[in-house]
Design a protein around this ligand. Structure first.
Ligand SMILES: [Zn+2]
Length: 272
């Protein structure tokens, strides 16, 4: 189950499945004042000045108790690339521009906070507490169709995690209530995931011929189950970013004019 926590005016969500320190941000509790970025925009290049975004990141970091100096949050490119990161990557995408891009991370190092940026796309945080291995994934429709979350699970297992022990939290994302897509998306799901999978998660919109409604959260849950994670260990927020514009930023709803949310996780215990 997901819960909303309010700390120092910042609202964020946590999943009770995940014991490691983690947080899914909302739009509440920051210093942005533009209509489309108010209040807690955590993304650069969305209309806010750099100082405003850094102040918001500091507020989110303090509220969630995860050190901003630990964050790794590089440019996301709707790929299937998951990267192993260490303390050498800390600050990438926050304090300096990294020389790589990716859409997922894994680590077995304490003091490294994996940070995914979204505003409709699906943020997924994963943890095997016993092995001390965590992962984080950004899955838009392309990443979902390409099965990036399954790739993340496989990389976690190479670091010593066991799929049977992994707990996963699927954060707020655009729901099938609002995520209308064209036949190109359905075709790509058919090509990469098969007809059955595509039929389950990209269904024809009843009153709009040629249009489909995609369930990205459900599709990612199915990918995780196929990778060996127990369905009981997967927590799905089920909150639609487009329906709940009071709480979240939505790329689709804002026509691209929107702030950015962060989902972050790090291994518990004391690093260094
Ligand atoms: Zn919706």
């Amino acid at each position: 189950m997901f819960r909303i926590i309010e700390s120092q005016r910042v609202k964020y969500l946590v999943s009770d499945k995940i014991a490691s320190p983690h947080a899914f941000s909302t739009r509440i509790g920051g210093v942005s004042v533009l209509p489309h970025t108010a209040e807690l925009n955590l993304g650069f290049y969305r209309g806010d000045g750099k100082e405003t975004v850094m102040e918001n990141l500091s507020l989110f970091s303090r509220a969630s108790g995860i050190d901003l100096g630990h964050f790794v949050s590089v440019t996301q490119i709707h790929s299937r690339t998951v990267r192993y990161v260490t303390e050498d990557d800390r600050g990438a995408g926050i304090y300096y521009r990294a020389d790589y891009e990716c859409d997922g991370y894994v680590t077995d190092r304490p003091g490294v906070a994996l940070c995914i940026k979204t505003a409709d796309c699906v943020p997924i945080l994963l943890s095997d507490e016993d092995a001390g291995v965590i992962g984080a994934v950004h899955a838009g429709w392309r990443g979902t169709a390409s099965g990036i979350v399954g790739e993340c699970v496989r990389m976690m297992c190479r670091l010593g995690a066991s799929a049977g022990r992994i707990k996963a939290a699927v954060g707020p994302a655009i729901g099938k209530c609002c995520y209308e897509v064209g036949p190109d998306v359905r075709k790509e799901f058919e090509r990469l995931c098969g007809e059955y999978f595509a039929g389950r998660f990209v269904q024809p919109a009843e009153d709009r011929p040629g249009k489909y409604l995609a369930d990205l959260s459900g599709a990612n849950k199915a990918h995780m189950e196929a990778a060996g994670i127990d369905g009981e260990n997967i927590d799905v927020a089920g909150l639609c970013t487009s329906c709940r514009s009071d709480l979240f930023f939505s790329h689709r709803r804002g026509g691209g004019q929107r702030g950015t949310m962060c989902s972050v996780i790090e291994i518990g215990g004391s690093p260094d």
